[in-house]
Design a protein around this ligand. Structure first.
Ligand SMILES: [Zn+2]
Ligand SMILES: [Zn+2]
Length: 334
């Protein structure tokens, strides 16, 4: 089969012919229906993920149809449509047992220790897969583990959001931001999207109740209302204004990860005197994926797709990701 393979650290990927995957007893093989391109891929190519084995198949976001089932797999059958978490937990440790498998110490990452999903087929551990309800589209399903479900869990870890409270999202036109607005709204929040581009504001207005254009957004945000939650998808350029936007007792979910080497000097006074809860956040669990699929099923969350590519023109996909004029996720149909 065809797959996008990274041969060694800090080397670029290439399209290669590789062996078809065969499932171990605790695995299924899926036909990849959609995979998601992500900023994380670019960080992986730059060598920021030390646990990667080489050669490795790139890609950590997937929805697929089960084609083959390992001997010890129960609860899944050929033909089931499933998504996979970004990692495979062992399913047996103290964290896995209480549904906190994101903290599993023996977890293995797809596109890290395990091959990823930019391929025609993929091997997936049964501990990492979740069935997709029929009414959820392939595009909306593939974004659950790394985007909508990840956001859902971030909001949950921050103690949730009450109906009609204000949630502000930075980087609102990005692949994460445009969906973060929808998740917050589906949970009952009033939403404010922040962007630096007037053109993108037009699109964001379709999803958010309010849009602020500009990098200094906190004054305008506070005029709109008491901001209970900020989902910061940008990082160091926006965290100061995100903190300033929050009401007393507000919560900041920080998921921006543009450049892992960037440092921010945090004035602790902001956190302490404003009673702010700061949540650093990265991934979803099966529970979050299931809950998010239910929210998606209700029609409250739709996938905003910048474009589809295939295995032969994945370069074009990464150009779209870097193109600041594109809105939404770039998806791969092998
Ligand atoms: Zn991702
Ligand atoms: Zn575990």
């Amino acid at each position: 089969m065809k797959a996008i393979v990274v041969p060694a650290p800090k080397q670029n990927y290439s399209l290669q012919e590789v062996k078809d995957p065969k499932p171990n007893s605790d695995e299924v093989v899926i036909r990849v229906v959609r995979a998601g391109l992500c900023y994380r891929d670019l960080l992986q190519l730059q060598g920021y993920y030390p646990r990667m084995k080489y050669p490795v198949v790139l890609g950590h976001e997937v929805v697929g149809e089960i084609e083959e089932v390992g001997d010890n797999v129960s609860g899944f059958k050929i033909g089931d449509r499933v998504i996979s978490l970004l990692y495979a937990p062992d399913g047996s440790c103290e964290y896995c047992k209480v549904g906190e498998e994101a903290y599993c110490k023996r977890r293995l990452g797809y596109s890290e220790e395990l091959d990823g999903f930019f391929a025609e087929r993929a091997k997936v551990k049964v501990t990492s897969i979740v069935k997709v309800p029929q009414s959820v589209s392939d595009d909306a399903a593939v974004i659950v583990p790394c985007v909508t479900g990840m956001i859902y869990r971030g909001i949950r870890r921050a103690g949730g959001i009450n109906k009609n409270e204000y949630a502000l999202v930075t980087g609102a036109s990005g692949g994460v931001g445009i969906h973060a607005i929808q998740v917050a709204k589906a949970l009952g929040a009033r939403t404010i999207g922040v962007t630096t581009s007037e053109d993108k504001a037009k699109v964001i207005r379709k999803y958010a109740d309010h849009v602020i254009v500009g990098s200094k957004f906190s004054d305008e945000a506070r005029k709109i209302g008491d901001i209970s939650l900020v989902i910061d998808t940008v990082g160091t350029p926006t965290i100061e204004e995100s903190l300033r936007s929050l009401r007393m007792g507000g919560k900041l979910v920080q998921i921006g990860n543009v450049d892992p080497s960037q440092i921010y000097s945090l004035r602790l006074g902001y956190l302490i005197l404003k009673d702010i809860l700061l949540v650093g956040h990265a991934s979803a669990t099966k529970y979050d994926a299931e809950q998010t699929l239910k929210l998606t099923e209700g029609g409250n969350i739709s996938a905003v797709v910048a474009g589809h590519v295939n295995l032969d023109n994945i370069d074009e996909g990464y150009r779209m990701i870097k193109d600041r004029n594109k809105i939404g996720k770039v998806l791969l149909k092998p």
